[in-house]
Design a protein around this ligand. Structure first.
Ligand SMILES: Cc1cc2nc3c(=O)[nH]c(=O)nc-3n(C[C@H](O)[C@H](O)[C@H](O)COP(=O)(O)OP(=O)(O)OC[C@H]3O[C@@H](n4cnc5c(N)ncnc54)[C@H](O)[C@@H]3O)c2cc1C
Length: 512
């Protein structure tokens, strides 16, 4: 690379990739340094047995409709015609199952109230009040799209004052305020794997943003998530940029308060590398980067913002089935969320604190039902993914202590999940399984380079959401944070995070 680098981007997660692609397209010299062999961070796709492709973590996404965040970024990149999305079923994009109850979450709030009222006829008024508050808060947060703003305070006085009231509330606080019946709470919060937090810790804002975002439209990419990441890499390359895989940054170079480069190791050759750039963009975890640079170099207010707790880690099972008619068993353009408990908080802590998966709660995603594009496995075979929470400390200690038991326990969780699947959804599911592999918190740490195997960066609790949250600003010169913890988490959130930093540094508008 002869030309001086304008933007050196550490990490090819979605925020880093979208920033780099936009800047490359804008005519700047961009170099992305990625420790893994694939682009996308949590959103990377990997191949197994030369046949099956799994996305590491992503399941479904929002804000991808015409004129919404992702669409606007793709338009700017000239990708909106080739990178398209399939909509989940608006009549029920999430199907929630718990003992004795089943609820399909629809796009329409009226329909949601009606379905809840049918299940719990004595609580209709509570549901109306709760859903009305959710919608008010959503409007108060700028229709739950990015960025959260209060700029329209004069025209949206009621929604904004309502939103402000709930700034420090957990989802549980709001359930309690409206006295929702416990099973209704469980059904409404069954998508907890989307946050890896139970209602009694989860920020109400975070829940409202995701819930109403998916109500507006839940999507899956027509050509899978791999195509989204590859398309952005292609834009970087076509515009003279570079992406260096298997390059792990160990040191971030500073002179005084200015950041000017990085050093590290090529993980394939073991060779050291050093690169300098006019501006350094940090897509890796900001707290980890701050420790590498030196905590004292950051201003006191930045140190406070950087001192966040990490979100809990997770467990994934990647399964391939053959000759199974999933539709026959009630699968379609939706996710299935299963819980065997009356109370999500109890279900969560049983797994997270006690490592007890005897009655697991989990999410099921079936990409074959979401798009007809079969780039992920051969015709007639289908991918089924299971997601739940897992405790980093437990799995790290177990792996360090006894690799064999670690592997066995990982597999035991899958069998426990499969027991539930066979009992409630697909009898003989095992019979159709032709491939299986599992990922624990240490897998996350190893392949996504996320400290403590965290799932969403900073924990999605009220403390970390809203006022006082870390932004792009680093208090150092020529150094900007650009990832989920310094913007918004999720596919759409990190698209916004990358594009907003691009807007700021280039002066070129992506969002109106
Ligand atoms: C289990 C799970 C399920 C999820 N499901 C969904 C979903 O369905 N929908 C949704 O919208 N969101 C989902 N998310 C959230 C979403 O995946 C993330 O918020 C988003 O992908 C984070 O992107 P990011 O840009 O912050 O970077 P990250 O994905 O954190 O990427 C950072 C990149 O930096 C690289 N890196 C780190 N350190 C170094 C280093 N020292 N040197 C070089 N490279 C380095 C990493 O390898 C990585 O590629 C899920 C997350 C998890 C964990």
């Amino acid at each position: 690379m002869n030309q001086p680098i304008d933007y050196l981007v550490i990490g090819s997660g979605i925020a880093g990739l979208s920033f780099a692609a936009l800047m490359a397209k804008h005519g700047k010299k961009v170099c992305v340094i990625e420790a893994h062999e694939f682009p996308g961070g949590f959103g990377h796709t990997f191949e197994m047995a030369r046949k099956y492709k799994f996305n590491a973590q992503l399941h479904y996404v929002w804000n991808c409709g015409e004129g919404e965040t992702v669409n606007l970024v793709l338009k700017k990149l000239g990708l909106d015609k080739s990178v398209t999305f399939e909509r989940y079923d608006p009549d029920g994009f999430d199907h929630m199952y718990m003992p004795g109850y089943h609820l399909k979450i629809p796009s329409s709030s009226e329909e949601l109230i009606s379905r809840l009222s049918n299940l719990f006829p004595d609580s209709t008024d509570q549901f109306k009040a709760f859903v009305n508050t959710v919608n008010q808060v959503s409007i108060g947060l700028g229709n739950a799209s990015f960025p959260i703003k209060v700029a329209t305070a004069f025209t949206q006085f009621k929604p904004i004052t309502t939103a402000l009231k709930y700034l420090r509330y957990t989802l549980q606080d709001v359930f309690d305020e409206f006295k929702l019946p416990l099973p209704a709470q469980t059904l409404l919060a069954s998508q907890w794997p989307d946050f890896l937090l139970p209602p009694d810790q989860l920020s109400f804002y975070a829940w409202v943003m995701l819930f109403t975002g998916y109500q507006r439209g839940a999507y899956y990419p027509t050509k899978h998530f791999e195509d989204v990441m590859d398309s952005m890499v292609e834009v970087i390359r076509e515009n003279g940029g570079e992406i260096l895989y298997n390059h792990e940054v160990h040191n971030i170079l500073t002179t005084g308060k200015r950041v000017y480069g990085v050093t590290g190791k090529n993980l394939l050759t073991d060779a050291s590398f050093a690169l300098t750039g006019e501006t350094i963009i940090c897509n890796m975890d900001p707290k980890k980067a701050a420790h590498i640079i030196g905590w004292d170099k950051f201003s006191k207010s930045l140190q406070k913002k950087l001192d966040y707790d990490y979100s809990p880690s997770n467990y994934m099972a990647y399964v391939v089935v053959k000759d199974l008619d999933l539709q026959k068993y009630g699968f379609g353009k939706w996710n299935v969320f299963h819980t065997g408990h009356q109370d999500i908080n109890t279900a969560f802590y049983q797994m997270y604190k006690e490592n007890d998966y005897s009655n697991p709660s989990f999410a099921i995603t079936t990409p074959s039902q979401l798009t007809t594009h079969r780039g992920d496995c051969p015709e007639g075979w289908q991918i089924v993914e299971f997601l739940t929470v897992a405790n980093y400390d437990y799995w790290r200690a177990l792996k360090n202590r006894d690799e064999k038991t670690y592997k066995k326990e990982k597999m035991n969780i899958l069998w426990s999940i499969v027991d539930q699947v066979e009992k409630h959804y697909i009898p003989d599911f095992r019979k159709y399984m032709v491939f299986k592999m599992t990922g624990s918190p240490t897998t996350n740490e190893r392949y996504c380079w996320c400290p403590e195997g965290n799932s969403y960066g900073s924990n999605l609790s009220p403390k970390n959401i809203g006022i006082g949250r870390l932004t792009h600003e680093s208090s150092l010169k020529n150094f900007y944070f650009c990832n989920a913890s310094s913007g918004y988490a999720g596919f759409a959130g990190t698209f916004w995070t990358g594009a907003a930093l691009y807007q700021r540094l280039s002066g070129d508008k992506v969002f109106i």
